[in-house]
Design a protein around this ligand. Structure first.
Ligand SMILES: [Zn+2]
Length: 80
């Protein structure tokens, strides 16, 4: 059985299915709960930024993921 490890929480993802129970963003594998957290963290941060711009949307996604990998979890609250 194929097992993949989430790069953020390091938990194993059994029978990984792309876009179903894990997500591959750039070179990072993210499990579903962490991907949900990422979406929430993005939403919390995007709320404070206007106008919406995809260039920093991608930048922010990577920043949240890299911070998440260091902490072992995604930080939901936007940092000031
Ligand atoms: Zn995870």
């Amino acid at each position: 059985m194929k097992v993949l490890y989430c790069d953020v929480c390091k938990k194993p993802i059994e029978n990984p299915t792309p876009s179903r129970n894990y997500f591959h963003i750039a070179d990072i594998d993210v499990c579903e709960p962490c991907h949900d957290d990422l979406a929430l963290a993005l939403k919390n941060t995007l709320r404070t930024k206007k106008p919406f711009d995809y260039s920093w949307h991608d930048e922010l996604t990577m920043k949240i993921l890299h911070d998440g990998m260091q902490r072992g979890k995604i930080e939901l609250k936007a940092k000031r």
